[in-house]
Write a protein that binds this ligand. Structure first.
Ligand SMILES: C[S@@+](CC[C@H](N)C(=O)[O-])C[C@H]1O[C@@H](n2cnc3c(N)ncnc32)[C@H](O)[C@@H]1O
Length: 269
C-alpha cells in the first residue's frame, strides 16, 4: 500500500509535467479527498496509507487533472464565503474575487431589502447573501437553464431561500420591487480568450465568460435595461472600471484583495 506522501509526490510530478500551476496543492486536495480526509489532515499526517479503492480513485482524479480539468469540477464542489457549493461544467467555478461583490452588497442593502443577482451561475452570490443576511429577500436569475438547475440544487441542499428565474438580464416585474441589483456577468473580451488557461477555455461554459468584443456586452445591456435610479453593483475586469462607471450615475469602484478595481456601484441612468 502506498503512503499518502508517495502518492502526493507521484501525482505532483504528473501534474507538473501536465503544466498545472499548483501541482502539489492540487495533488494534496485530490488525494486527501480520495482518502476521505481534508487537506490539512493529510498534510499533518502524510504517512497515512491509501487502500486499493482510494488509490484507484486518486489515480483516476489525477488523470483527469492532467487533462487540465479544474480541481473544483473533479471534486464537484467549491468553497465560496461560508458555503460549500456543488459545481460542475454547467456553471462557472465561483472565484475568490467575487466574494467582494457579496461584501459590497451586504454593506449596501438596508435591513429587509430586496436584492436580485443577475447571472447567478451556481447561485454563489445569491446564496451567500441569503446565508449571511437572512433579513434580505433574495432572488436570482440566469440566461442558462442548466446553470439554474445547479443553483436550485445548491439552494435546496443548503436550505437557503432564494427565488430563481430563468431569464436574460432583468425582468421588469422583478425590478419594480428591488432595492439592489448585483451581477457578476461575463466580462472576458473575445481577443483575450485564446490567452486564457486551458482550465477555463476547455472546461468552463463560454457563455458564462465571454462578453463580446470589449467584454461589456452583458454588463452594458443590464445597465441600459435597468429602470433609472436602480442601485446596481457590478463585478468587472480591472481594466473595465472606467467604462462601467460611465454606464451608471454617481458611480464608484471598489478594489479587490489584490488592490485591483473590481466592483463598481452606482445608479442606473
Ligand atoms: C461569470 S458567470 C458568474 C456566475 C456567478 N454569478 C458567480 O459569480 O460565480 C456569468 C453567468 O451569467 C450568465 N449570463 C450570461 N449572460 C447573461 C445575461 N444576459 N443575462 C443573465 N445571465 C447571463 C451565465 O449563464 C453565467 O451563469
Amino acid at each position: 500500500m502506498a503512503s499518502a506522501r508517495e502518492a502526493v509526490a507521484a501525482a505532483a510530478d504528473a501534474l507538473t509535467a501536465a503544466g498545472c500551476d499548483t501541482p502539489r496543492l492540487d495533488a494534496e486536495l485530490l488525494i486527501a479527498d480520495a482518502i476521505g480526509l481534508d487537506r490539512a489532515a493529510l498534510v499533518t499526517d502524510p504517512s497515512r496509507t491509501l487502500d486499493a479503492a482510494a488509490a484507484r480513485l486518486a489515480m483516476e482524479r489525477v488523470r483527469r487533472r492532467t487533462r487540465r480539468e479544474p480541481v473544483a469540477y473533479i471534486l464537484g464542489r467549491r468553497a465560496f464565503r461560508q458555503l460549500d457549493l456543488a459545481v460542475d461544467r454547467r456553471v462557472l467555478i465561483p472565484r475568490p474575487e467575487t466574494e467582494l461583490l457579496v461584501e459590497v452588497a451586504t454593506e449596501l442593502a438596508p435591513p429587509g431589502a430586496s436584492v436580485h443577482d443577475v447571472g447567478t451561475g451556481s447561485g454563489a452570490v445569491a446564496l451567500a447573501l441569503a446565508h449571511e443576511r437572512p433579513d434580505l429577500t433574495v432572488t436570482a436569475s440566469d440566461a442558462s437553464a442548466s446553470a439554474l438547475e445547479v443553483a436550485r440544487a445548491n439552494a435546496n441542499r443548503l436550505g437557503l431561500d432564494v427565488g430563481f428565474e430563468h431569464a436574460p438580464g432583468l425582468s421588469l416585474a422583478t425590478e419594480a420591487t428591488l432595492d439592489l441589483v448585483v451581477a457578476n456577468l461575463p466580462y472576458v473580451r473575445e481577443d483575450e480568450w485564446s490567452g486564457l488557461e486551458p482550465e477555463i477555455t476547455r472546461w468552463e461554459p463560454r457563455s458564462a465568460l465571454l462578453g463580446g468584443a470589449d467584454g461589456l456586452e452583458a454588463i452594458r445591456s443590464l445597465a441600459h435595461g435597468a429602470q433609472p435610479g436602480t442601485l446596481v453593483a457590478l463585478e468587472h475586469a480591472p481594466g473595465q472600471a472606467a467604462a462601467v462607471r460611465e454606464l451608471l450615475r454617481d458611480a464608484g469602484t471598489r478594489t479587490d484583495l489584490s488592490g485591483r478595481p473590481r466592483v463598481t456601484v452606482g445608479h442606473a441612468r
